[in-house]
Design a protein around this ligand. Sequence first.
Ligand SMILES: NC(=O)c1ccc[n+]([C@@H]2O[C@H](COP(=O)([O-])OP(=O)(O)OC[C@H]3O[C@@H](n4cnc5c(N)ncnc54)[C@H](O)[C@@H]3O)[C@@H](O)[C@H]2O)c1
Length: 352
Amino acid sequence: MSSVHLWLRHETRSTERRAPLVPHDAARLVADGVRVTVEESPQRVFDVEAYRAGGCHVTPAGSWVDAPDDAHVLGIKELPDEPAALRHTHIFFGHAYKGQDGAGSLLARFAAGGGELLDLEYLTVDGRRVIAFGYWAGYVGAALGVLAARGALAPLHPMERAELDALVRAAGADGMSALVVGAQGRSGRGALDALLAANTVLDGWDREDTRVLDREALLDHELLVNCVLSTTPQPAFVRPEDLTAPRALRVVADVTCDVTSEHNLVPVNTAITSWEEPARRVGDDPPLDVIAVDNLPSLLPREASVAFSADLVPLVPTLAGRRGPWREALRAFVAAQAHRAGGPRAVAPGPS
Ligand SMILES: NC(=O)c1ccc[n+]([C@@H]2O[C@H](COP(=O)([O-])OP(=O)(O)OC[C@H]3O[C@@H](n4cnc5c(N)ncnc54)[C@H](O)[C@@H]3O)[C@@H](O)[C@H]2O)c1
């Protein structure tokens, strides 16, 4: 592994406290001969001294712009607007292959500098993502759902799991009827764990269970946690006409957050909610609240980082050769650049 140089950058977004590589794993990589450089970062949930103690080289925030050419610059969220030309390999969530806002200009910056984007979202094996923040998204989403159902949901801030668990315990969810849909996925498993710990009366449905949708049974739960990765049209779980129908359902924790998608399975909701106002009332008689926070893992930055980093580390040995999932990420980048330049799309983009 000795030829790889990972450069963990400071995150531009001030609310982003997560790190894709945690100190413990960075130390393991260093012990394996990987060069790891870590930028100082005031908001990162891990102290830079913990990286230094593990043998990482520490450097000022934002110094990646002057990093040696062989540095693989690692981050989570968006890059700063400068420099205009990107000459390094960057590993982060670029959100640049589906025509998102700013996608064209980001790809143009890579073209200008000859750099390369290995998008974390496109690290796949057999079309399935191998690294994602889903588990803790589901865990937090379900916990917030419990709090909302018990009238105990306050404005949100990043916290440790123990604090969130204590809030849920204090709210008291014993016997609450809860349903997780998409239960076998990453976020679904996190949601199930949170709801089991909260002593709810729990159901978990996945693809097989919604093939013929029993909406009456679905609406008979007080809390619905939607964790479905929806890629094809299918009957919605909660439709506008269900707002006035007899139902036990009081809260939808919409982890999926497909609020503007044609595949939105909770079309009673069409907008995300915020940390300041995490729940929105969409029905009154009886009440129905929806939670659609689109950056749930950032609320548990430590736990989310530890899980993500554990998935990233085993991929590092194949990075230098761009093998395995890295090859898929590179193919997606090359295809997107070709498409941007007016050519045919050579490879279909990976999953969202
Ligand atoms: N809100 C957030 O902060 C946040 C964070 C991470 C992920 N997400 C989103 O959560 C969603 C799920 O992510 P994931 O990583 O858990 O995906 P995943 O692929 O691991 O799991 C999705 C699950 O949905 C199931 N599914 C698909 N269609 C279904 C259907 N019709 N009925 C029942 N189950 C069905 C699949 O079988 C799978 O088990 C994605 O849309 C993702 O973008 C949101």
